[in-house]
Design a binder for this molecule. Structure first.
Ligand SMILES: Nc1ncnc2c1ncn2[C@@H]1O[C@H](COP(=O)(O)OP(=O)(O)OP(=O)(O)O)[C@@H](O)[C@H]1O
Ligand SMILES: [Mg+2]
Length: 576
């Protein structure tokens, strides 16, 4: 893990980290030097000597300046190497996110990805670049000072570390046993948070249907259980830390007592004894911070594990020798597919969509229509058979190329914060103003945009105006016009829109369909009556295919769906 983290630093970054460790150590040694000078001054005063003070003050002044400079250098150096790690990690995560299949996003919660990008990457920076640089220099100083003190008097040196091994043993055992308690507590926390999220999401529903007592009981139980387990964790930490620090203090007490006896027996001078008293604090410092540094290490390990779930998750591999697509017919050959979870299975799908034609996918909810379009887009790959575009298996086409040939108009159109103009331009970032407007006209949304006070400069998204479902879909069609891809995948809106909006959407779609291969997931059968081919799905299988009239004649599932929709429309007319 540590090797991987440091491999994210360039040579310069590593040099800067080393520089920060050296300057931190230098700064601490200067601090020790300062204490020595002060000790000498006190010695002189005690012995009634009055000469040479100016020299000491000058040395002190020099030390203060040098300390300031090395502190600054250390800070700048550690930030440089830290930022380098953060930037490289964020770049890698973002790059990787683009290469995942859709399956990744359903397995890994999007919230988790945002935690990774924000918190975990920052943790790595804070701990690997800042905390460790300081810890390393603290231990270096302890080693230097400890060495010097042992050289002055090894017996008093031994007294200084007398109970340290016992303390360390207690700390190690305590951390080990606490690990299990912490695991339980973090599991309890995760349970509680997910219940809270569920609760927050369901608030409108809960308001409408009186709060469910079982849900409340479940929440109460999970809150109590988290409180219990975190109390246990705090108790165990307080327990072993208390004992550890007790033994550290005992070390110091032994040092003072034994030192005083040695002074009394003239085995050591008072000034050397004072040296021990003052500098043993610097020696103990890294040991006092050991537990905090260990906790940081655990945090780092967790963050690293989460980052690795992204960096090591399987991606859509780039193709060694990608083939260029020049024709845009789509063929499904004996395609079999199932999601990792759930019962649903797409069975032996054979389908041919001619270039420039319009095919409509229809069928009951859950029959597999969206799955078919997800497979064309390689959001998932089939386990059996082949999907070919222009005769080439989609897995042999460079993924970016494949996506560049397809425009998608989804039901839930995503609008980004920005102007209408920028939102349409997403379809083609090199488009001119004129082209954006042309696309909007063909998508039947231009007049609406012009009716807004700020026209194309109207802000959308969180801080901007909201659009109706039909307007959003037309805006998304404008994006598709601008992208001008030869294949269009269109998920028709399920909700009913007003007749004027519906007519406009219809017109926009038929404009888009001209000379393009269009796959439309149809929810309103009357809108796809003129499709070149209607493919009817049921439970993951194609049960019939053909033109509207022929399918009605057949009198199977399509006719059933058609009649059901007619009935529903009549019912709506009667009730409205
Ligand atoms: N990511 C997934 N993991 C597991 N099962 C899934 C996943 N996505 C869809 N399914 C299941 O696959 C089946 C087909 O789903 P699909 O979205 O293709 O249906 P659909 O015909 O588009 O339905 P609708 O008309 O309601 O949009 C459903 O039973 C669904 O629950
Ligand atoms: Mg669907």
């Amino acid at each position: 893990m540590i090797g991987t983290i440091y491999s994210y630093m360039t040579k310069k970054g590593k040099k800067m980290l080393l520089l920060s460790i050296i300057t931190f150590t230098f700064k601490a040694l200067l601090g020790a030097g300062m204490m020595l000078v002060i000790l000498n001054i006190i010695n002189k005063i005690v012995n009634g000597q009055t000469d040479g003070f100016l020299r000491y003050w000058l040395i002190l002044f020099g030390i203060v300046i040098l300390k300031g400079v090395s502190n600054n250098t250390a800070d700048i150096a550690k930030h440089f190497s830290g930022f380098e790690v953060v930037k490289k990690l964020r770049d890698e995560v973002t790059l990787r996110l683009k290469k995942f299949s859709l399956g990744f996003y359903t397995n890994e919660r999007l919230g988790e990805i945002s935690t990774i990008v924000h918190k975990d990457v920052d943790n790595i920076e804070r701990i690997a670049a800042h905390v460790w640089a300081r810890m390393f220099s603290d231990f270096l100083i302890a080693l230097i000072i400890g060495g010097c003190l042992f050289a002055i008097n090894w017996k008093l040196g031994l007294a200084m570390i007398s109970f340290l091994p016992i303390g360390l043993l207690i700390l190690i055992l305590g951390i080990k046993s606490n690990g299990q308690l912490e695991k339980r507590s973090s599991d309890d926390l995760a349970d509680m948070v997910s219940l809270f999220v569920e609760y927050a999401k369901g608030i409108p529903l809960l308001k409408a249907f009186n709060e469910s007592p079982t849900f409340k009981e479940k929440m109460d139980r999970s809150i109590i259980s988290f409180a219990d387990s975190s109390k246990k964790v705090s108790k165990s930490i307080a327990n072993y830390l208390g004992r550890y620090f007790f033994f550290l203090e005992i070390c110091f007490a032994v040092l003072v007592t034994y030192g005083a006896i040695m002074v009394f027996n003239n085995e050591i001078s008072i000034s050397n004894f004072l040296l021990f008293i003052i500098f043993s604090k610097e020696f103990y410092k890294p040991f006092s911070n050991l537990e905090k540094n260990w906790t940081d290490y655990i945090v780092l390990k967790d963050s690293y594990k989460r980052i690795m779930t992204v960096l090591e998750a399987p991606i859509i591999e780039s193709v060694d020798k990608p083939l260029a697509v020049t024709q845009f017919d789509i063929v499904f050959e004996n395609v079999g597919f199932n999601y990792q979870q759930g019962e649903f299975e797409l069975k032996n799908v054979n389908l041919k969509i001619d270039q420039g034609s319009m095919v409509a996918l229809v069928g009951p909810s859950g029959s597999g229509k969206t799955t078919i379009t997800n497979l064309i887009l390689r959001f998932w790959d089939p386990q059996k058979g082949h999907i070919k575009i222009g005769g080439i298996d989609t897995r042999e086409i460079n993924y970016d190329d494949l996506l560049s040939h397809i425009s998608i108009v989804m039901q839930n159109v995503i609008l980004f914060s920005g102007t209408i103009y920028e939102n349409i331009k997403l379809g083609n970032k090199n488009a001119t103003n004129q082209e954006v407007m042309e696309a909007a006209k063909k998508a039947m949304i231009h007049d609406f945009i012009m009716s807004l006070p700020e026209g194309y400069d109207t802000l959308l998204g969180e801080n901007g105006v909201g659009l109706s479902g039909g307007q959003k879909q037309r805006l998304s069609i404008a994006r598709a016009f601008l992208k001008d891809a030869p294949i269009v995948i269109l998920d028709e809106m399920t909700s009913n829109v007003d007749p004027i909006n519906e007519r406009k959407i219809q017109k926009a779609i038929s404009n888009l369909a001209k000379s393009r291969t269009v796959v439309v997931i149809a929810h309103h059968l009357k809108t796809i009556r003129s499709a070149d081919q209607i493919v009817v799905f049921d439970k993951g299988q194609i049960v019939e295919a053909g033109k509207h009239d022929k399918l009605l004649e057949n009198g199977h599932l399509y006719k059933e769906l058609w009649n059901a929709q007619k009935k529903a429309e009549k019912w709506n007319l009667c009730t409205n």
